[in-house]
Design a binder for this molecule. Sequence first.
Ligand code: ASP
Length: 326
Amino acid sequence: MPTTSTNPYLPFGENKHAAWYGKDIISVKQFSRDDLEYVFGVAHEMRGMVERVGTFDLLKGKILANLFYEPSTRTSSSFTASMERLGGSVIPINEVKYSSVSKGESLPDTIRTLECYADVIVLRHPETGSAAIAAKAAKKPVINAGDGVGEHPTQALLDTFTIMEELGRLDNLTVTMLGDLKYGRTVHSLARLLSKFNNIKLNYVSPDILKMPKEVMDEVGEKGVPQAEFSTLEKVLPETDVLYVTRVQKERFEDPADYEKVKGAYVIDPDVMKAAKKEMAVMHPLPRVTEISTDFDDDPRAAYFRQMEYGLYVRMALLAMVLGKA
Ligand code: ASP
């Protein structure tokens, strides 16, 4: 990939990380700080190319199987757009009820089938650990697009790219995660990924029944990152550089009565945000339900729509990397 002098992530482009060729992307644990800088450098190039020419032929002739066992708007369509903007094509399987999965086919068999036709497989599945199972069955690269309440690594990569683009740094940050920290896989990946940076402080604000899992907190704690839990936002909002809001994950509750108790627990609106810094970013993996008021959308700190766009560039970068073209 050619580099340009406008890329702040230079030096990249010597293809020294061709190590990603053929690799699966299952967890953020696979990414070192250097790897992240590399992904961001390629994503930045992708952004420039999309702005200049829209579509180009880096992955011409390559095929992506986009296998989604759970609903998706952004992840599925951004992987499709990424592949098509790079000149490749896509086998979309969104409605598994119309595929052999509905006949009882196992995940490994479905994966083995798709890799006969495709060069890379993107998988979203309701069970934690499913992406690792798929990767074990496949010879071709598998990219985890969300495995139940486990991880959503490509989201965390685009989240950190967003922070970098919006605030210009990934060190020296206070990040407050708000909402459903128990079932929200995006925050599990993001907390782990942020723990690789310096002078990060993580605040977790959630109802008692939706706290960040101990397993994630232990891993992050081992990296020496200070973490604190709260049930309200007031105390931590003024010090927050990134407010990462999440949806209460209705579909993952065992008891619908529990969902009813916590569904409207937090609402971010212009009034609440008066207490926040002028220079900070409000992010959300989307879809939002009621947790961010639409009245806040025009505030310059509302980064969640830009965040979606950054996702395109990061996913283009990841596809190019695992297919040996970056
Ligand atoms: N789209 C994100 C996910 O798939 C967040 C969400 O659904 O709330 O995890």
